[in-house]
Write a protein that binds this ligand. Sequence first.
Ligand SMILES: Nc1ncnc2c1ncn2[C@@H]1O[C@H](COP(=O)(O)OP(=O)(O)OP(=O)(O)O)[C@@H](O)[C@H]1O
Ligand SMILES: [Mg+2]
Length: 407
Amino acid sequence: MNGSLKRKKRVQPSMPSKRSKLHTSPESERDQDLMFEAEHGKCYQKAKQALHTAIPDNLQGREKETDAVKSFLTKHISCKHPGCLYISGAPGSGKTAVVAKTVDSFKNNKDCHIIYINCMSVRNSVAIYDNILSLLGNSKSSMTAKESRSRIEEYLTSSTLAVVLVLDEMDSLDSRNQDVLYTMFEWPALPNSSLILIGIANSLDLTDRTLPRLQTRPNFRPQILNFPPYSKDEMIEVITKRLSEIEGDSIFEAKAVQFCAAKVAAMAGDVRMALDICRRAVETVEAEVRHQRIAAPQGIASTNFHSTLLKRVGVQQIQQIVNEVYGSRMKTTGSCKDDPKLTIPVQQELAICTLLLMLRKGKNKEISLGKFHESYCQICPKHGIKIIDQSEFYSLCALIEANGLSH
Ligand SMILES: Nc1ncnc2c1ncn2[C@@H]1O[C@H](COP(=O)(O)OP(=O)(O)OP(=O)(O)O)[C@@H](O)[C@H]1O
Ligand SMILES: [Mg+2]
């Protein structure tokens, strides 16, 4: 019996050993590789998720701005005192995130009714009245803009609750119809008004430039809060905190995070852009690892794979993304032929060309960012250029604007 067992053992294929992978069977190697791949793939996946650009559960920094919004709301809600706060700041400076988190902390307050509207999603400027009415639970079909407006005014002047109205991306209404903007900014000053308005936009001077009439009447003048662009250190804090939420070793070299934050701080201080760059850098490393795995000769694939799997995001990958999307690997364009040194990155160039095409072809000169991105996505494949996602595209547009190439 013993002898047969021994013989059996000898003829059986050796069991996969974690210590000596070179002696394992191809099947078990593959199984292990798949296991490692799945495990480390998850690591990259988690990093990409942690670097999201949606409203986060926890904000880093921005205490001063959060306190200002909180005390404005507390003061006005507690004495049902109407008022208006105008928040300005560059893209990705945390305006939406801070306001959303702060307003959310009032959601159980029984003295107020909170409504949030992103003005970019509004069909046209007068349609905003319908949006507001329906969120107040007071809409009726087939009303004219004038009727909707007077219904809102009736509601605001008779409501027993304070109405907190947050109008995000307010500047998208700016070029369309100043009457609408005036009307809304003047609602808090209506007799018995219960409206607490928070307007959010990029332009520092929207209320002065577009609405000079507000300045001449002290009780219409909104309180102003400006969000400065994020500094390098603040962006490092945001990114590091996000990455620390993932268990295990960081897949980012500290230098890579610092490099990314420094680059973005020098360009725009847009933390959305910094998160996008980091996320894309993870994708790059992930693709490099996968490529090495496929390209490795059979038999040594698994041993190589172990070292490549642990690959971390370094300065090189960040630089690559910065160059591709935002930066300096530029090609000389026709428009810059007088000065060969003055060039535009390909992605920016493509965005500008898309915009020019849309302006030339379309009757409507007002183009929403959503439509703009849609057209850009159709044009990219024709030129063999990789499509960047919507949030990255917005950062790119902000950069084009900051460079003075469009407004
Ligand atoms: N302080 C922060 N802590 C953590 N994440 C942040 C912080 N500020 C911004 N972010 C991240 O960046 C994203 C973009 O920020 P946000 O939308 O608030 O910018 P914004 O100033 O409203 O930009 P825009 O003018 O383009 O609307 C947020 O959804 C969030 O994921
Ligand atoms: Mg915003």
